[in-house]
Design a protein around this ligand. Sequence first.
Ligand SMILES: Cc1cc2nc3c(=O)[nH]c(=O)nc-3n(C[C@H](O)[C@H](O)[C@H](O)COP(=O)(O)O)c2cc1C
Length: 193
Amino acid sequence: MDALEAVWARRSIGRLSEPAPSSEELRLVLAAAAAAPDHGELRPWRFVVLQGAAKDGFGRVLADALLTRCRAKGVAPTDGQLCKERTKLGRAPLVVVVAAVRRPSDTIPWEEQFAAGAAAAQNALIAATALGYGSMWRTGEVAYDDEVKGALGLAAEDAIVGFLYLGTATPEVAKPSRRPDLAGLVEHWEPPG
Ligand SMILES: Cc1cc2nc3c(=O)[nH]c(=O)nc-3n(C[C@H](O)[C@H](O)[C@H](O)COP(=O)(O)O)c2cc1C
């Protein structure tokens, strides 16, 4: 699949099945992520792979973090909400957390380091698509939760750019390639006067 075909073919697939990318394919996906543009070559990335029993364990982290958030608001989560947190990583056989790790720099602002993280995430999705896998980039409250960041070895000042769900899109859930309409999105600027 060429690069543009992969760009059109990447779609968010909410529920992905086995097989997941093999370990060799995962290495390609992560190498593609680490090939993203990165101002100053700070390498402000961390990729955390959640697979197998680790997904179950991390589901418990997500449920505990929901409990903490609810306690802080003086409310109690329902059993259904807790169960959803515990099991949400089951929506794909493999999840990669892409984090932007804040590097000290006088010249490269944090926004650009975060942007490099987002570029890495997109590279990973395109690589997974080119290898024939389905994917979905997810965030939600968990991405901004310091307890979740801590469980990943991140500091509160770092950022979870996304949870990348990877696996196989069965024909029932697959979505067609799509080439966006540019109407209203593009202007060719000209100097005034
Ligand atoms: C930063 C970011 C966070 C996202 N978080 C979520 C999410 O938490 N839940 C969700 O359903 N989709 C999430 N998405 C996926 C978008 O909803 C999806 O890309 C959009 O609907 C367009 O569909 P497509 O990916 O098939 O083109 C996220 C996308 C980005 C870039």
